[in-house]
Design a protein around this ligand. Structure first.
Ligand code: 5GP
Length: 182
């Protein structure tokens, strides 16, 4: 099937910037690093919904370690704790105490989502927590974050496709597209 170079998602236009082939190549590279770094261990992968569902599926099939996966979301709501805000990782159905954890994220932008998730997961005393992201916008990072595994760094432009959405749409493409018109 002919792949489209330009797509329209709702009212915005996007142009292809990372091909399926390039994505798969980077995923293989990162998976090899994880296979090597975690040899002899049984990591728990935590895939952050919704955006990481395709990335997680492709990454996990390149992992040859005994491992588990859980699909999670970070929920925050106002509560009665000292900071006034309660954050909770929902959907986590595996006990991560004493386990090596690898968070699988679609894209790190300001880094705030990952910082909050690390803070929340640490309360459960895992052996270690590492971040594995498909995309990273280094120029947007607002917090100090140690990102051990990253498939690709990108400029500060809005992207869709390969699981990432614009207002709920555009997740179902094989390539990643960048906005060309606001
Ligand atoms: P952060 O907390 O790092 O600022 O934001 C991370 C989340 O923002 C991602 O999980 C994703 O949902 C969303 N996000 C950030 N940049 C983009 C982008 O370029 N495209 C899409 N589709 N989502 C983005």
């Amino acid at each position: 099937m002919q792949r489209k170079r330009i797509i329209k998602v709702k009212d915005k236009t996007f142009s292809v910037t990372i091909s399926e082939r390039a994505i798969k190549r980077q995923i293989k590279r990162v998976a090899e690093e994880i296979n090597r770094d975690f040899a002899g261990r049984k990591p728990v992968f935590l895939a952050v919904l919704n955006g990481s569902f395709i990335f997680a599926a492709d990454l996990l099939r390149e992992i040859d370690l005994p491992c588990e996966i859980s699909f999670v979301k970070l929920a925050s709501y106002d509560g009665m704790n000292t900071s006034g805000r309660i954050r909770e990782v929902i959907g986590l159905n595996i006990d991560i105490t004493g386990r090596p954890v690898i968070i699988v994220e679609d894209i790190v932008d300001t880094g705030l989502t990952m910082a909050h998730m690390l803070e929340t997961l640490k309360l459960q005393n895992p052996e270690s927590i590492d971040i594995c992201t498909l995309l990273l916008k280094p120029s947007k990072l607002q917090v100090k974050l140690d990102i051990r595994y990253c498939c690709k760094q990108i400029p500060d432009d809005f992207v869709v496709g390969y699981g990432l959405d614009y207002d709920g749409f555009g997740r179902n493409t094989k390539d990643v597209y960048t906005i060309i018109q606001n």
